[in-house]
Design a protein around this ligand. Sequence first.
Ligand code: GZL
Length: 327
Amino acid sequence: MKKTIGLFAAGALVLALSACGGAAPAGTGGGAKSLDQLVVGFAQVGAESGWRTANTKDIQAAFADAKIKLQFSDAQQKQENQIKAIRSYIQQKVDYIAFSPVVQTGWDAVLNEAKAANIPVVLTDRAVDSKDTSLYKTFLGSDFVLEGKKAGEWLLADAKGASAPVNVIQLEGTTGSAPAIDRATGFADAIKADTNIKVVASQTGDFTRAGGKQVAEALLKSHPEATVIYAHNDDMGLGAIEAIEAAGKVPGKDIKIITVDAVHDGMQALADGKINFIVECSPLLGKQLIEIITKLNAGETVPARIVTEEGTFTQEQAKAALPNRKY
Ligand code: GZL
């Protein structure tokens, strides 16, 4: 009789433990799964620029190398598509969700749904303006204000001692996106030091080459006094080059161009003297994203903010760097 009770008690104990403990959901430090058992949902912004293409390729390669299953979606630059993708990842009960928020606002509801489902979220590339930072584990990406500041500081140096006014057309990135907001802020703060430099017009080209060309054509017509174009990414700067040449002017000389990213086509235009200065913004976030997920899955904490390292390029530096660039 005693033996039977003993076995029953042991069985009950095992049942109780498995009911309470169970396989802790991944990302909560349960470490219940090995990396090759994980499924990660990634909601990408779209394929709007050379930067985005390089970012997607790098993330997909990093997950393939790490043998972690990646569910990938392209939102075609629409927030509602990203929200739909995140909701589908929640329904699929993925282990982690990562995404690059196309705009800063409007994420609290869906991020609270992910939190309620106990699925950790990692922000890559762009930030959200949610006040509740418990809605995501970390934000991995560039300091866009610093990027804008670097662009402005180059113009300050280039315009030093100039007697004629320096009138700038600004081609903004996607309206409401962190890079567009912050690159404008950093640039404006830097050029304050020289009252001879003025932004005479500023409009979004939505980070695309076509958008940059269309807006540059219009603004060059309405602002013939402009001598500089500051584009929030290379693709819009490349579109502006087409507009400048169509107007019979020489890009890099009649109209100086400053851009951000340093993707191949931008760097080639810089080497060719059609762009004057590029601030780098690295799209190569895949390896760091894998490191973050590996740490979270092992129950380790990660910093709330991980800033990517990046530099700047002049024409000579672009010529030297081009042969070894990965993208
Ligand atoms: C910046 C990234 C921006 C790039 C653009 O991290 O979000 O979006 O600068 C891209 O080229 O479209």
